[in-house]
Design a protein around this ligand. Sequence first.
Ligand code: SF4
Ligand code: SF4
Length: 326
Amino acid sequence: MGQKNRIQDASKCVHCHLCQKNCVFLKKYGIDIKDTDRLSELAYHCFLCGRCTEVCPAGIDGRGVIMDMRRRHVAGDGGAFVSRRYKRTVSEKQDYLYRNYKHGTKKRVLFPGCNFPSVYPKTTKTLVKLLEEQAGIGVIYECCGKPIADLGMEQQEKAVIQGIEKRLKERHVEELILLCPNCYEYLKPRISLKVTNIYEVLTELGIGFKAAGGARMFRPCPDREKGEWLASITPFLEKPCEPVTEIQCCGLGGCAGVEEPELSKGFARKLKNIPETIYTYCGSCAGQLTRNGCRQVRHILPEILGIPEKPDTVKSLINRMKTKYL
Ligand code: SF4
Ligand code: SF4
């Protein structure tokens, strides 16, 4: 499961087409990572899932190559394209609209991110209460800034991180407990505080039930290679789950759904006839797959906490807005 050394030099590509065979986006346009002129034009059609990186025998980080292209686009037009095309995301996340640090004055704070509370409002509230009562853990509602970074907005990405770090230090927070593997992988190398995943904390506090066996496991992109989160979750599973390998990602990543709505929705359709329950450990994946017809998806956290909550894909924005006032 270890990560290999990667290079971001597309000229080393040997056109084996493995990336293309493993990616619906590259396949649709008949390109490999080395087809840089076309790829650059299509940089915002990519889900940033990293599947091309995982399979490349030349060690090319295709995801990284495309991220560089996005950054160059933003540097080239001063962000005009992303500000126009991704207006809602930029206006919500650049200076997070539903930020709430009222309960963020403890040494350890829960950082649910923006998507988990949107689709699992009951579980969020129950978990916050439980951690407060059992271990004096606080909570902050904040966006980690990854959506802004994924759009290639490098300057704004730095400003978001500096703002989070400043607010946390002002409140003497020492540890962030994350619910989302995307926030975790994004924040951990960028922030100076200790960063932990929720399953490590539940184990430490002796909280949680075992989730029923016989299910499949959909692994979110940021944890696919390292498997750190899966290792923390495994003690909570009655037995190991067979991984879902039918699709490369949930279709939400990289904001690619704006340019590729059909590809984005199509991933869930490929899973909807799987008879078993499909567990995942990312609120964004659970919401995206459910919203597009894969009704048997369950986030593992409500299962572990014994909360029968299905993803709320209807009121997700309202749920997120409410976190500002919790
Ligand atoms: S990051 Fe994912 S969507 Fe983008 S090119 Fe690679 S495999 Fe395809
Ligand atoms: S998998 Fe790697 S070497 Fe093969 S075509 Fe894609 S980028 Fe080139």
